[in-house]
Design a protein around this ligand. Structure first.
Ligand SMILES: *Cc1c(COP(=O)(O)O)cnc(C)c1O
Length: 232
């Protein structure tokens, strides 16, 4: 199942790239493996996956020891400040920075480990009450503050748009994030680049790529439906 799913997802990514004149090599597929057992990740690894997305610190800690250095774990879920210390040296990218206080904590722990942590700023693009992330108007001022932290490097933006039946309904949000990234680039803030746009999930990653996504986070489309009953 995973092998065929990966082929299908790769085909859709390729199509979206062709359609929008983008290079397939510029897109990173993150296999979102939250709630899924290690054996499924190992299968995906066998078929070429090296980037895994997880939303819980505990799950990253459980799965991390099973993989070698060539695997990158991405923290894509809400991160509590008191848990930063557990994953600071285990994740390749934190997608979910949504406050200066969280950034400060990441910076502190990164300094202890003498590393520079790449992060994305999470934007609540549809300003939904139920979602984490900065509102549009908060983003630039907050990035200016976070950019002064020397053990953090801001590499781009991440968003989780509304759940929709028709992916076209989210096109406007992807466009808005892309435009925001251009606006931020034009601000020329030291220590900030906008190389990464992490947007697009199983329901809408094709549209996200057409609008400029460089990382797509696909869970269900690769591993199948999640069973939350088996999970905390
Ligand atoms: C679960 C999750 C995904 C993957 O969702 P699917 O619809 O299963 O592809 C992507 N991004 C975030 C932040 C998630 O929590």
């Amino acid at each position: 199942m995973i092998e065929q799913n990966l082929k299908d997802v790769t085909n859709i990514i390729e199509k979206a790239c062709n359609y929008s004149n983008r290079d397939f090599k510029d897109i990173t597929l993150i296999a979102v493996s939250k709630t899924k057992p290690v054996e499924m990740l190992q299968k995906a690894y066998k078929f070429g996956v090296r980037d895994f997305g997880e939303n819980k610190v505990q799950e990253i800690l459980e799965k991390y020891p099973y993989f070698s250095e060539d695997v990158r774990f991405h923290m894509i879920g809400h991160l509590q400040r008191n848990k930063v210390k557990y994953i600071i040296d285990k994740v390749a990218l934190i997608h979910s920075v949504d406050s200066f206080r969280l950034a400060e904590e990441i910076n502190k722990e990164a300094e202890k480990h003498q590393l520079i942590m790449p992060v994305l700023i999470q934007v609540n693009i549809a300003e939904e009450d139920t979602k984490y992330g900065l509102s549009l108007k908060e983003v630039i001022p907050e990035i200016k503050n976070i950019s002064k932290l020397s053990n953090i490097q801001i590499k781009g933006l991440m968003t989780v748009p509304p759940f929709v039946e028709n992916p076209e309904d989210n096109r406007k949000y992807f466009k808005r994030i892309k435009q925001l990234s251009v606006d931020i680039t034009n601000e020329n803030i030291d220590n900030v680049c906008m190389a990464i746009l992490s947007m697009g999930m199983t329901g809408d990653y094709g549209v996200a790529i057409e609008e400029g996504a460089t990382m797509v986070r696909v869970g269900t489309g690769i591993f199948g439906e999640r069973d939350y009953l088996n999970n905390k």
